[in-house]
Design a protein around this ligand. Structure first.
Ligand SMILES: [Zn+2]
Length: 115
């Protein structure tokens, strides 16, 4: 385990409203992480260092939803040994959408977009 992705647990309706509000406020990056069909963790204004981990098409970590005492949590695990000063990354696994978000990971196997 590397770190838990911490934030406020919110429902889809609230996530939709916040996403629009954040865009209006000029908050460029969204830190909304889907746990399951009904629940999203919002780390935009209340989170930890996990929200700053970048996407990579060839990551050294992965995100997994685990359940502890009936509460779902997102935890970042390492896939391999990670060296000192090596950037921690994971695949965001965004759903495919028409409006593409370019990927900046610059790895040989980069897919070109996050979604
Ligand atoms: Zn990439």
């Amino acid at each position: 385990m590397v770190i838990e992705y911490v934030g406020q647990n919110i429902r889809q309706v609230v996530a939709d409203m916040r996403e629009k509000r954040y865009a209006q406020e000029g908050i460029g990056s969204s830190y909304l992480f889907r746990v399951d069909h009904d629940t999203i963790i919002d780390a935009t204004k209340c989170g930890n260092l996990a929200r700053f981990i970048n996407h990579c098409c060839t990551p050294n970590c992965y995100a997994k939803v685990i359940t502890i005492e009936a509460q779902k949590k997102i935890v970042i695990y390492s896939k391999q040994p990670i060296g000192v000063n090596e950037e921690i990354t994971y695949d965001y696994k965004f759903p495919i959408e028409d409006t593409k978000i370019p990927c900046l990971c610059r790895t040989e196997s980069c897919r070109g977009t996050l979604n």
